[in-house]
Design a protein around this ligand. Sequence first.
Ligand SMILES: *Cc1c(COP(=O)(O)O)cnc(C)c1O
Length: 383
Amino acid sequence: MIPFFPPDLFQADRDTLVEIVHRVGCGPQQRFILGDCTARFEEALATSLGARDVIACGSGTSALTLVLSALEVGPGDEVVVPAFGCAPLASSVVNLGATPVFADIDALTMVADAAEMEALVTDRTSAIMPAHMFSVMADMPRMREIAARRHVHLVEDSAVAQGALLDGRPAGRWGEAGVFSFVQVKTFGTAGEGGVVVTDDPDIGRIVRMLRNHGQDGTNRFLHHRVGYNSRFDEVLAAFQLYRLPGLPDRLERRAHIAAYYNERFAPLGDDGIVCPPGGRNGRCYYVYSLLAARRDELKQHLATQGVACHVYYPVPLPRQPAFSRFAGERKHWPNAEQASRTALAIPVYPHLSDAEVEHIADAVCGFVSARSLPAPQPARAP
Ligand SMILES: *Cc1c(COP(=O)(O)O)cnc(C)c1O
């Protein structure tokens, strides 16, 4: 079986990880959070992104929370988020006492539809928070234009899009702040939890830095300017991510290469109800390669019989979740989000898949179509 989540994620890095645990664990400073490694990691990311500030914190979810909190999003405020996506898009807003407003998505790219997002902006809207989805970045030039014209904040949930470029500008640098997540399944996932806030705004950077450590400023310990959080970053993971950072472009390149091969193989399957994601490189991230399949559950079963494990992300749209349905208001339907929940199927795309495995996965998907186009078996004749 080719697993969907690789069990040997850091196999090539295991000795280094153990060496880092030993080095940090036995270091003279006995500094385990927010030390030199974290500072160097933040600097390395800021340099590679051309960003003014990068602040490491406890997770991608926490990064969203810190940004929204720095922007003083709270009770009475609305934040427009996609109706299709992961829970933190809504929970980060709800946990600050604000109200998520759900925008439908584009049927093909599965990212929030810009016109929908704008139509949902009211005088209570504090921010719009588009998210990049699977392999496609949201239409950030349009989101920027909407945020500027409607005088609302723009928070970029770029958790899945680290390393992607749209019109030459990196994911994470389109809003007043962006975020990345290092939970292990992400393209720059680590051996634990972590995230960062990316920003060019010195005030957001300064406030997020305080908020991640109980609202204290850097110099006066126990002087709390804001009601903060505990969202600090681990030194072992900072050293591990610093070590893995130079290899990231190659791993992203391998993902893009696999996705391009899939697209070539699957392009003819449209008439058979299997649609591949938009290809190319501009505004693409290849975190997850997700097909849209009319007979999604049958395809998933077929692939399992061929030894290919798949994954259904988000089988229930956010406003239909028990946790968030009370924020759905009068609206009853998000047709494209509902359709994506019924038809999206993610197949493996991680960089250490072998060429033979990639070919086998593609063959298995194509085999589903040819198996179905064979004439239906005739019932056995009675003797
Ligand atoms: C993974 C993810 C997050 C949250 O990241 P964590 O590190 O798991 O908290 C937020 N938004 C999106 C779009 C994600 O995919």
